[in-house]
Design a protein around this ligand. Structure first.
Ligand SMILES: [Zn+2]
Length: 182
């Protein structure tokens, strides 16, 4: 059981206004993520506490407030691959895309595998002819498939995994204050 824990999507997140791209990545990786666009700090902290979500923020003041309130929080920079690596180090999030487990990057609802027939006319004919598997968002109906953009996604995830290895190495070799976990 414990060996499966790392792969389970058991964490849920709430991400601040400045991290829209990270919110989409977390959803694609299968993590239930609220993108708190335009929310004021009080509302974000309240929701994080209420629904037991980890706050991910670029705002140091908000991070400090979260810690004071006992809300689990991660302070990250602008770079998506770095942020994903940090979340993988701390919480063991899975840095692999498995579309069957993905959530819709647009609306956060789970995806489901669709019948090909179902998506006919909803994707370009060339895509329909060349792609076997499609997923449909159970919330907004958006159709997804593994296409040309996949290489870019994989490259970014490979970068995140490389950074994760770097962070792990540092944690073992350097216990200095710079790398103290808060
Ligand atoms: Zn959707």
């Amino acid at each position: 059981m414990s060996s499966r824990l790392g792969r389970a999507r058991r964490y849920r997140f709430i991400v601040d206004s400045m991290l829209g791209s990270l919110a989409r990545w977390l959803r694609m990786l299968g993590y239930d993520t609220i993108y708190a666009k335009g929310w004021h700090d009080g509302r974000i902290l309240e929701e994080a506490a209420r629904s037991n979500r980890i706050l991910v923020t670029r705002d140091h003041g908000l991070y400090v407030r979260a810690k004071r309130r006992g809300v689990e929080a991660a302070y990250v920079g602008e770079d998506v691959a770095e942020a994903l690596a940090l979340l993988a180090l701390r919480y063991g999030i899975v840095l692999e895309l498995e579309p069957d487990r993905s959530r819709c990057p647009l609306c956060n609802a789970p995806l489901r595998l669709a019948d090909r027939e179902e998506v006919r006319g909803r994707v370009p004919p060339r895509v329909y002819e060349s792609v076997d598997r499609f997923w449909v968002c159970t919330g907004c109906g958006q159709v997804y498939w593994v296409g040309g953009h996949w290489r870019g996604i994989e490259a970014r995830l490979a970068e995140a995994r490389r950074l994760l290895e770097e962070l792990r190495g540092r944690r073992v070799s350097d216990r200095g204050p710079r790398h103290q976990r808060s």
